[in-house]
Design a protein around this ligand. Structure first.
Ligand code: NAD
Ligand code: G3P
Length: 327
């Protein structure tokens, strides 16, 4: 069998970790990054800017030349931030063959339009099959070779299963599903609740508040997901509940850490990427427009907008009309 060639777009933490995961799964891996320093470092078994303190095996062919990176690719993992997807795919388009699957690994929704990432890919490269990879997976854990499980989604379930088989390795177990929207929404929305959970911690509101917030956040996640056509079992799975649990409980999460800073009233500019900031803004707009009840999403968006204080956010959530839990 000829070698399977995976091209990874994005030389940050997750791009590097996924490139390593693909290498460990036995594939020929090329990583494209726009930054020459990252390219040189990754080729030498490090990425000090995004994965400080981690040394890994060599074998990833890293380059800043996008055309070269995409030549002969059997599969492309797109691992740049969600808000950059449209511009990155615009650059990719002239260089990628139409049969090559695009596996979207970012977690977000386009801030200005509310478009899901898979819809952006289908709009720009309509011939290319689209998939998503998501689930509880810190880049540092995956880069270190620690075990986890994720889910690969594509509307064609056979394609999803085939990609999951390709991507799985000793310490990366990939499940598959045809619920692409469910997987995308779970991954995008959990970041908003991770910011909220971090804010609860930062403001010193206690472990009980934390658990209540995350539980009610999950109710909201399922309510929003259902309105957009996600299947409940997907949202109960790795890309929904699994990733929500991870990001809402660990200071390793950049979204959680952003929330902690927010809750403490610290300076927020210049922090590492927290996708939930843009997602909160657009999710609040979408839920408002569609009449979906999403008080935690609203509160996070208002907090980020500095329209309310953390105390006002808490008071707003605590004084909502009482109701049956299942409603
Ligand atoms: N880090 C994780 O643990 C992790 C895990 C799962 C999913 N993700 C998701 O993966 C996505 C990327 O996250 P990350 O952790 O790699 O972020 P990062 O900040 O570590 O790296 C982002 C990379 O994208 C590059 N980039 C930014 N804009 C670009 C553009 N317009 N064109 C080309 N390159 C561009 C940056 O230079 C950088 O190399 C996010 O959506 C994140 O939610 C991250
Ligand atoms: O560090 P975060 O908050 O972007 O989370 C990373 C991953 O999404 C965890 O699965």
């Amino acid at each position: 069998m000829s070698a399977y060639k995976v091209t990874v777009l994005g030389g940050g933490a997750w791009g590097t970790a996924l490139a390593l995961a693909m290498l460990r799964a036995g594939h020929v891996v090329t990583l494209w990054a726009r930054n020459a320093d990252s390219v040189e470092a990754v080729a030498n078994g490090q990425n000090p800017r995004y994965l400080p303190g981690i040394t890994f095996e060599t074998g990833i062919a890293a380059t800043t030349d996008l055309a070269k990176a995409l030549t002969g690719a059997d599969c492309v993992l797109v691992v740049t931030p969600a808000q950059a997807l449209r511009s990155v795919l615009g650059e990719v388009k002239p260089h990628v063959a139409s049969h090559v699957p695009l596996v979207l690994c970012a977690k977000g929704i386009e801030r200005d339009t509310g478009t899901l990432l898979s819809a952006i890919a289908s709009e720009l490269l309509p011939e290319n099959p689209v998939a998503a990879l998501s689930g509880p997976s810190f880049a540092t854990d995956v880069a270190r070779g620690l075990p986890t499980a994720v889910v690969v989604a594509a509307e064609d379930d056979e394609r999803a299963a085939a990609l999951a088989l390709r991507f799985s390795a000793a310490n990366l177990r990939c499940y598959s599903t045809d619920d692409l929207i469910g997987v995308e929404l779970g991954g995008a929305l959990k970041n908003i609740f991770a910011i909220a959970a971090g804010a609860v911690t930062g403001a010193g509101l206690g472990a009980s508040a934390q658990a209540a917030l995350v539980t009610r956040g999950f109710v909201e996640l399922r309510r929003i997901g259902a309105a957009f056509g996600a299947r409940p079992e997907t949202l109960m799975g790795l890309s929904g509940l699994g990733d929500l649990m991870l990001t809402c409980s660990s200071a390793q999460s950049r979204n959680f850490a952003y929330g902690v800073a927010l809750g403490k009233g610290e300076e927020l500019s210049g922090r590492p990427l927290a996708e939930g900031v843009a997602t909160a803004y657009i999710a609040a707009r979408l839920t408002r427009e569609r009449g979906i009840e999403a008080p935690i999403v609203e509160a996070v968006a208002a907090l980020l907008d500095k329209a309310i204080t953390i105390n006002e956010a808490v008071a707003g959530l605590m004084t909502r009309p009482l109701r049956a839990e299942a409603d």
